[in-house]
Design a protein around this ligand. Structure first.
Ligand SMILES: [Fe+2]
Ligand SMILES: [Fe+2]
Length: 388
């Protein structure tokens, strides 16, 4: 369930009680302080998240200038803080400050964030307004992503897509702190869209992950969102890692096909569609060997290609590879620690980078979506484009 708190332009409001945990959740054995970070940023809304090591309230002051001026408050004591702002203006920069006070009124957390941009409108995207997003993966709570701070800053990106694994252990709050701390120079200002992965699944059925994210619906495990004239699909590719595999798949694939059909039915369609998930459906490494390749080729890829998805992003194997199948670029991202193992070069492989970490920078402008894989020094190692 998405644990969102409605906010308004009014001075303050109180969160729904079900949204918060008074004590640390059962999946977490430590107490940590990190954030703020941004989830589910749309044209008119944004969710500001952070953690504190003590139970405390949640205040977000925000506005279109550094003077802020608007407030959203949850008075409920929690170590988890998740405040949803609403009534925002599309394509607009917002500043904010997140504050928590303990039961004695002492400030235990206060950090400024942003400015971040709300999603530009479909109309502005169609009219040629440019935006940029980043894709990363395999961070595994290494601090290595901090090496990309200057690349991220120079990119002018509006948001980040993370194809996971974000952390080694999804139930370890310390791993999540490391993950967010590594990107603390930009996560406060770049909305983060994550997908589910094996390192979220392995511990406690993803409990920790779902306590960290505030993804859009219909579930937080798979979802879709739009930015301008691009529609994104976050897919859970972990379905056959556990006993309830059929349940997950049976729910997810009809949803995916329905949403892709809607996105391409000729009525109010986006120009581009981008799918991301964790397990590579094409890779020259070992990690696409069993569940991923078989499941992908037989189940997922036919759906994606039937509806003409323009770009597919994933991770899991710890190196960069761009494969092209039926004209669609499938890009495997490795932003964190590299562990390249090449078994057999996959038949769709076009570009392989095994010795450098990369982040993918994607510029969208009108009918062109141009991507480039950039190393920590800002050198472009691979590039391409999709036109519609
Ligand atoms: Fe993985
Ligand atoms: Fe991994």
């Amino acid at each position: 369930m998405k644990r969102a708190v409605a906010a308004s332009l009014a001075l303050a409001l109180v969160a729904a009680g079900a949204c918060f945990h008074k004590t640390k959740p059962p999946g977490f054995t430590t107490q940590e302080t990190f954030g703020p970070y941004l989830q589910s940023v749309s044209g008119t809304g944004a969710t500001v998240c952070w953690r504190t090591s003590v139970a405390s309230d949640s205040l977000v002051e925000y506005g279109t200038t550094p003077q802020l001026g608007q407030r959203a408050l949850s008075g409920q004591a929690s170590e988890k803080h998740e405040i949803a702002l609403s009534g925002l203006v599309p394509g607009t920069a917002y500043f904010y400050r997140a504050t928590s006070r303990d039961a004695n009124g002492q400030i235990v957390f206060q950090k400024s964030g942003g400015p971040f941009s709300t999603a530009i409108s479909r109309a502005d995207g169609l009219a040629g307004k440019k935006f940029t997003f980043l894709a990363m993966g395999e961070n595994h709570n290494h601090s290595l992503v901090s090496n990309f701070s200057s690349v991220v800053a120079a990119s002018g990106a509006s948001f980040v897509v993370d194809a996971a694994d974000q952390v080694d252990a999804g139930s370890d709050l310390g791993d999540w702190r490391t993950y967010f701390d590594a990107g603390k120079s930009f996560y406060h200002a770049l909305p983060l869209y994550m997908c589910f992965s094996n390192h979220n699944y392995s511990d406690d059925a993803g409990w920790g992950y779902f306590d960290i994210v505030a993804n859009p619906g219909p579930t937080e495990q798979w979802y879709t969102f739009e930015w301008g004239h691009v529609q994104f699909f976050a897919i859970d590719s972990t379905y056959n890692k556990g006993g309830n595999e059929q349940k997950i798949r049976d729910e997810e694939l009809p949803w995916l096909e329905r949403e892709l059909a809607r996105a391409t039915d000729g009525v109010d369609d986006p120009v581009f569609t981008v799918a991301f998930y964790h397990h590579p459906t094409m890779s020259s490494g070992p990690r696409s060997r069993w569940m991923d390749r078989v499941w992908g080729e037989n189940v997922l890829l036919p759906i994606l290609e039937k509806y003409g998805v323009d770009l597919v992003l994933y991770a899991h194997d710890k190196f960069y590879e761009r494969s092209v199948r039926n004209g669609v670029p499938y890009i495997q991202i490795a932003t964190g620690k590299l562990a390249p193992t090449i078994e057999n070069k996959n038949p769709y492989s076009v570009k392989l980078i095994t010795t450098q970490r990369t982040i993918l920078v994607v510029d969208v402008e009108g009918r062109k979506m141009a991507y480039r894989a950039v190393n920590e020094q800002g050198t472009v190692l691979d590039s391409g484009e999709v036109r519609r």
